[in-house]
Ligand binder design. Structure first.
Ligand code: HEM
Length: 199
């Protein structure tokens, strides 16, 4: 069940982003020739680099974002690859890598919230761009989903939840992780869009 729901959810999300790319004017102007796509890919890569003009706080904010992003990618791959591709539950080295990056992710996400909450305040106007509001909604959705996702797996480590309780907690972790992954994909797309709109 979780595997089927995950496959459909990821396909719908990527199809939605693909359609946005095809229909929204900004993307159409950029064109779809190999050179235009390469130019966009390089542009997106440069967004990951630290800007000198950012200052110390700006660099720490960007590093917190990059650390959370790297940990998220490792956690998503170590969990969804066995489930979606190998058709098995997370185990062995996948689980070891997952459990290793999990605390780093939790710390990086906490730092991210502390350092970025001000910019994502709904009353604050930043020059984020045309899709500022959906980007802010995604940010707070990620934060809201991370809490039950992390709490559920930590609670499942205690023995006083019976078999059904353990199953419920694992499913809570799985589906919160799935939703968080979908929102994180849309959030990253909106960051790229807003950045391109500003160029
Ligand atoms: C602090 C953060 C996290 C901790 C402590 C954690 C821990 C765990 C553990 C221990 C399991 C194995 C549970 C079991 O089989 O009994 C697990 C499974 C899973 N985790 Fe995480 N995880 C974290 C973050 C994430 C994130 C960010 C994602 C997604 C991007 C994720 C996705 C999953 C999925 C999909 C499974 C289920 C795999 C399956 O069905 O076998 N986890 N997690």
């Amino acid at each position: 069940m979780f595997r089927t729901v995950s496959i459909i959810a990821f396909l719908v999300t990527f199809a939605g982003i693909g359609i946005c790319c095809l229909v929204l004017p900004r993307c159409r102007q950029c064109g779809w020739t190999p050179s235009a796509i390469l130019k966009r890919a390089i542009h997106i890569f440069t967004m990951l680099l630290l800007e000198q003009k950012a200052g110390a706080v700006g660099i720490i904010r960007k590093l917190a974002y990059l650390l959370a992003l790297v940990c998220f990618v490792v956690l998503a791959v170590t969990s969804f690859f066995p489930v979606l591709v190998l058709k098995e539950s997370i185990n062995g080295y996948w689980l070891m890598l997952h459990a290793t990056f999990a605390p780093v992710f939790a710390i990086a996400l906490t730092a991210l919230v502390i350092l970025w909450a001000g910019s994502y305040h709904f009353n604050s106007r930043t020059e984020a761009g045309k899709y500022e509001l959906p980007q802010k909604i995604c940010f707070w959705l990620i934060v809201s989903l991370a809490l039950p996702m992390v709490l559920s797996i930590i609670l499942s480590m205690f023995t006083f939840f019976g078999t059904e309780g353990q199953e419920f907690l694992l499913n809570t972790h799985r589906y919160c992780a799935l939703l968080l992954s979908l929102v994180a994909i849309i959030y990253t797309y909106l960051i790229i869009r807003n950045h391109m709109e500003r160029q």
